[in-house]
Design a protein around this ligand. Structure first.
Ligand code: ZN
Length: 289
């Protein structure tokens, strides 16, 4: 059983917008009214935008940002544009359509494609990526930022993975013990509290913190400097670090955690109204510190 999906209020357009500024591609998530909550339509549009930027020889660096006051409130768990039962085709993994499947299969297949598969693919793009984060960067939003190479945040940014309150051990892209030390990762997950940008920088989870007014200029300045470096060497340096993380166990950790994540979804479906333990956007927001 899954939660009812509200009817779309009105068709949404331009869910993702790409702007070229010299050798920089600025990819903007564009659902500011819903704090850039990621429905599947937006996630596939993001994948297309990343793919186009990677394939464009004129692009040296890719910046990911969110329109409005927030980077992303996470996966869409309640906007009128929620499209959890819709199939958009499969491009990141080898699974089959999810929308007509029963039991644990539907969510396992859907999230392998849309969440873990996409984020892994974006992490492995051959060009440097920078997440430009302001305001809320929560759960599914955190995955997007973590999949980028650098993270630059404004001083009002907060990071959180509060999904334990849904009975889930962490978001699908389980990088927690790699982007912070394991003890901090446990606190981050157990409490689900918001980690302020200054603290996130202090523990090395993000690169820099600047004022909101300076955020775009700072990101563009860094991106411009990186874009002037030799393209192939950048790709090799990125690959070398990503390979190191994978040899330290990142990829295996994520595969193992993904299985636990779906044990939790299945457990929720057996014991509560839906695979999210009956939580919705409002209850999750109200419960956050
Ligand atoms: Zn999930």
């Amino acid at each position: 059983m899954t939660a009812p999906t509200p009817e779309p209020a009105a068709p949404e357009h331009d869910l993702v917008v790409t702007e070229r500024r010299g050798a920089i591609a600025l990819i903007t998530m564009n659902r500011p009214r819903y704090r850039n909550a990621q429905n599947a339509a937006m996630t596939f549009a993001l994948d297309a935008a990343f793919g186009a930027a990677a394939a464009d020889d004129g692009v040296g660096v890719i910046v990911l940002r969110g329109a409005g006051d927030h980077f992303s409130a996470g996966h869409d768990i309640g906007t009128p544009g929620r499209d959890i039962h819709k199939d958009f085709g499969r491009v990141a993994t080898q699974y089959w359509p999810h929308e007509d499947k029963a039991g644990a299969e539907a969510m396992f297949v859907r999230e392998a494609e849309l969440y873990l598969g996409m984020c892994r693919r974006w992490r492995e793009l051959p060009k440097p990526t920078i997440a430009m984060v302001q305001g809320a960067c929560i759960a599914g939003g955190l995955m997007l930022a973590w999949a980028c190479d650098l993270i630059v945040a404004s001083d009002d940014a907060v990071f959180a993975d509060p999904v334990l309150r849904m009975g889930i051990p962490g978001v699908e892209y389980f990088a927690h013990p790699f982007v912070m030390n394991p003890r901090l990762a446990k606190e981050f997950l157990f409490l689900g509290d918001k980690l302020p940008a200054a603290r996130a920088a202090e523990i090395g989870m993000i690169n820099r913190v600047v004022s909101r007014a300076r955020l775009e200029d700072e990101v563009v300045a860094i991106a411009t400097r990186i874009a002037a470096m030799p393209r192939f060497a950048l790709a090799l340096a990125k690959k070398a670090i990503n390979q190191a993380e994978d040899r330290m166990g990142l990829r295996d950790t994520m595969d193992a955690a993904y299985a636990l994540h779906h044990l939790a979804h299945a457990h929720n479906a057996l014991t509560s109204p839906d695979h999210l333990a009956g939580q919705d956007a409002k209850s999750m927001k109200d419960g956050m510190k």
